[in-house]
Design a protein around this ligand. Structure first.
Ligand code: GDP
Length: 448
């Protein structure tokens, strides 16, 4: 996600930060590069222009340039504007779904064919069942695409959420009515309606959406769009929001989207918040969209909060708390790294975590270059396992002789040991930096 943009901005800001003093011209030059980076990330032109104007004005207008750390301050301004662009802090509410209404709360899913709508419906049903402990029911109103209703039924068994029995030949509005009826009878908390897609936005589709919304009075109307389609996704969102009362957007295939233009333009162009991001084909590959965290990720600050949350979901609460506290204090030794490595495999391997963890991105790129994949996790675990507890706590104790022994113990080469130590060093340094910048705010609180 946002890999290219992140790399480009990283280069620009490294240069800015490296200088003690900044002139107005330095800022303008940097902003020209940022503008190009945004456009290459497929951000809509008016959005990019507004962004640059806002940052330039703030950076030049105040006492930023005369401050002791002008580069750092400019990066902070860019960060805050990025958050704004992605939907603002108000978009960072802990709970993206409004499920407080009287049950059954109706969540209507709309979108074009192939956008990932059916998959996302099942992901959300799982989310609602697991994170909210609520009883959900899914119903497919897609009578246009062959086997669409069966597809949802199959996904339903996978996520352990009931689906409305299929009645052949029934039309969408009637299915919606039957689903509501059934939800009431079975004391369902949340009813998810997976509506029909089309290849293009057309009037018949819009009329159908309106009719379904009319009989089901949804609390949430979520538009599912494919982030890989870039500005088309934004245009689709605009067409839909003119016709049905959208409450938010779900961007799918964020896992494959290195550019991120749709995510960056969506809020400004459509006025609709991005509520979720789909990050893979698996049914747990769904993330709540937090503008602040995404901005952190784009600026290479690493998304430590998401990481720790993910860890908390897969590892023992005790361990998660310990990890969060230690990270919040800027402590990060090889035992911590080892604990994380162990969880990585459970959490979907390196691909999933790269970019989330500070310093991890560079390490991953280096590993990819030397042709290493997820088995590197196993290797790293073996290396740490061959060290003494003292060395794990204080890796700087490792001298050439010990490195050789440890490598032999793990069945690997000395250079593998060096790589691991270097990666750990980079991560530890990045964590300290984040801590200095106040990026851990709320993390300690979240874990008491
Ligand atoms: P629909 O026609 O909109 O209902 O689309 P589907 O739900 O059938 O999804 C189409 C394809 O996209 C399926 O193969 C899904 O597994 C895949 N897909 C959906 N969401 C994501 C995502 O977030 N990431 C990736 N990589 N694939 C996804």
């Amino acid at each position: 996600m946002f890999d290219n943009l992140s790399d480009r901005l990283g280069t620009v800001f490294d240069r800015l930060r490296g200088r003690g003093a900044l002139s107005e011209q330095d800022v303008r030059d940097a902003m020209r590069e940022v503008r190009i980076a945004l456009l290459e990330a497929d951000v809509a032109l008016p959005v990019a222009r507004r962004f640059i104007d806002a940052v330039t004005e703030k950076a030049i207008g105040q006492d930023v340039l005369r401050s002791v750390t002008p580069g750092q301050q400019v990066v902070k301004i860019v960060h805050d504007e990025l958050v704004e662009m992605l939907g603002g802090e108000s978009g960072a509410q802990a709970e993206p779904l409004n499920l407080a209404a009287r049950p059954p709360v109706v969540v209507m899913m709309v979108g074009l064919q192939g956008s990932g709508k059916t998959t996302t419906t099942a992901k959300l049903a799982k989310w609602i069942r697991e994170k909210h402990g609520k009883k959900a029911l899914m119903a497919s109103l897609d009578v246009a695409r062959p086997a669409a209703q069966e597809q949802l039924a199959v996904l339903g068994t996978q996520v352990d959420v009931a689906t409305l029995p299929i009645v052949q030949g029934q039309q969408p509005v009637d299915i919606a009515r039957r689903a509501l009826e059934s939800a009431r009878l079975q004391n369902v908390d949340v009813l998810l309606l997976d509506t029909a897609g089309r290849l293009h936005v057309d009037q018949a589709l819009m009329d159908e959406m309106k009719a379904v919304a009319g009989v089901s009075t949804p609390t949430e109307v979520l538009l599912v769009v494919d982030s890989l389609t870039g500005q088309d996704a934004v245009n689709v969102a605009q067409s839909f929001s003119g016709e049905v009362p959208l409450t938010g957007v779900v961007l799918t295939r964020m896992d494959g989207d290195a550019r991120g233009g749709a995510a960056l333009s969506m809020r400004h162009v459509t006025g609709k918040p991005i509520k979720f991001a789909g990050t893979g084909e698996k049914l747990d590959a769904l993330e709540a969209f937090h503008p602040g965290r995404v901005a952190d990720r784009i600026l290479g600050m690493g998304d430590v909060v998401s990481l720790v949350e993910k860890a908390a979901a897969t590892i023992k609460e005790e361990e998660a708390e310990q990890l969060a506290r230690r990270m919040a204090k800027g402590q990060f030794d090889l035992n911590d790294l080892r604990m994380q490595l162990k969880q990585m495999q459970n959490m979907g391997g390196l691909g999933m975590l790269a970019g989330m963890m500070p310093g991890m991105k560079k390490a991953k790129a280096a590993m990819a270059q030397s042709g290493v994949d997820d088995k590197v996790l196993v290797h790293m675990d073996a290396i740490i396992g061959s060290m003494t507890p003292k060395e794990r706590a204080r890796p700087e104790l490792m001298n050439a002789k010990r490195k050789k022994r440890v490598a032999a113990g793990a069945g690997l080469e000395v250079q593998d040991v060096n790589k691991l130590l270097k990666m750990h060093q980079e991560m530890a340094r990045a964590m300290k930096q984040i801590r200095k910048m106040g990026g851990f705010k709320g993390l300690a609180a979240a874990f008491g």
